[in-house]
Design a protein around this ligand. Structure first.
Ligand code: PMP
Length: 361
């Protein structure tokens, strides 16, 4: 049988492994930080009507500039943003890929603070960009001093600040983001994929955009917006930075069906986001209960919780899977990650994990 090694694949891709969150059909799937609440039925019907109208025009290419979608995303984000400051693609993964293609590449580097979102290093690899993983502080926090020192030391072409950070959930202060943006020579990407789950009143990095043309804020409809299957991510930045991304995107990268679906969802953003408070409450319940059980949950501003104090993460992962509960073994020794689901899903997880509580050992 032919193996990858037999193929004339690029040398820098040899030996690498693809993104690989396990895909299992289980009753309680809490492993990829989705919003586990289904889309409201009336919203689904509106989206279907919009897609039906788009289908009648599928003989034509879609709007390459996705103008209506950009206007809707600008309106959703607020902060006085104009449509020409918005970019979008098939998931924020593709948005991040566009950034790597435009601002990274051979001879260039991207810096992140590990452990962080696993796709950053894969996107760097795919675009021939050198990936630099700088360390975090204790408890997976990232202080202004640590962040600025790493940027000064490595002088990267791209800085990736995940705020809040996946897989740790830890929020990042606006002071740190501002300090990094002010000291970095390259572009600074703030990945706010989980921003909507932050505690109310938390300021977005969008407030820092004015006068900082190298600052890019990426968001997604996959998480709080409950739209992961539609693949819509987006970005806010200076119109010149958006022009740079236009150089590397494929023509018509956002299908007419995707644009129609996203516009439908955005037209009902209040309803789509209605479960965010409830999810945040479940996250707090997970953090509280895990701490009571003797685990060590990291501070979370997202819809998931990373927790330490697990003797045998893989064993616990397998034991929960056998009970139909899928969580994530991130590969951090002694740690596992769980997404905050519905109240019932969260209860199922907390009951199952209690068996492995350090307090009871
Ligand atoms: N950024 C972060 C931090 C994420 O956790 C994810 C999804 N796991 C993404 C970006 C990409 O999400 P999507 O491509 O679905 O927008």
């Amino acid at each position: 049988m032919t193996s990858l090694d037999d193929l004339p694949i690029r040398d820098d891709l040899r030996g690498r492994t693809p993104y690989g969150a396990p895909q299992e059909h289980v009753p309680v799937a809490l492993n990829v930080n989705e919003n586990t609440h289904p889309i409201p039925e009336d919203v689904a019907h509106d989206i279907v009507a919009r897609i039906a109208a788009a289908i009648l025009r599928l003989n034509r290419y879609p709007d390459r500039e996705f103008s209506d979608l950009r206007a809707a995303l600008a309106a959703y984000l607020g902060h006085g943003l104009a449509p020409e400051q918005i970019w979008a693609a098939n998931g924020s993964n593709e948005v991040l890929q566009h950034i790597m293609q435009a601002f990274g590449g051979p001879g260039r580097s991207a810096l992140g603070f590990a452990p962080t979102y696993s796709m950053y290093s894969l996107l760097a690899a795919g675009t021939g960009t050198e990936w630099i993983a700088a360390p975090r502080d204790a408890d997976f926090e990232l202080s202004l001093e640590t962040a600025v020192a790493a940027v000064r030391e490595h002088d990267p072409d791209i800085v990736l600040l995940c705020a809040p950070n996946n897989p740790t959930g830890t929020p990042l202060s606006l002071d740190t983001i501002r300090a990094v943006a002010d000291v970095a020579r390259g572009v600074v990407v703030v990945d706010e994929a989980y921003f909507e789950f932050a505690d109310p009143g938390t300021p977005s990095a969008l407030t820092l955009l004015g006068g900082r043309p190298r600052l890019l804020i990426s968001r997604t409809m996959s998480k709080a917006f409950a739209f992961a299957g539609a693949r819509v991510g987006y970005l806010a930045g200076d119109p010149a930075a958006i022009d740079a991304l236009r150089l590397v995107r494929l023509p018509y990268h956002l299908s007419a069906l995707t644009q129609a679906a996203a516009l439908g969802a955005l037209a009902h953003s209040d309803e789509m986001l209605a479960m965010v408070d409830e999810i945040r409450a479940q996250r707090e319940r997970i953090t509280r209960t895990l701490a009571e059980l003797g685990f060590a949950p990291a501070r979370s501003g997202s819809n998931f919780v990373l927790f330490g104090g697990v003797d045998d993460p893989h064993g616990v992962f397998e034991a929960l899977l056998a009970r139909g509960i899928l969580i994530r073994d991130i590969g951090i020794p002694g740690h596992l990650r769980v997404t905050a689901g519905t109240e019932a899903e969260t209860t199922a997880f907390l009951e199952a994990i209690a068996v492995f509580a350090p307090a009871g050992r």
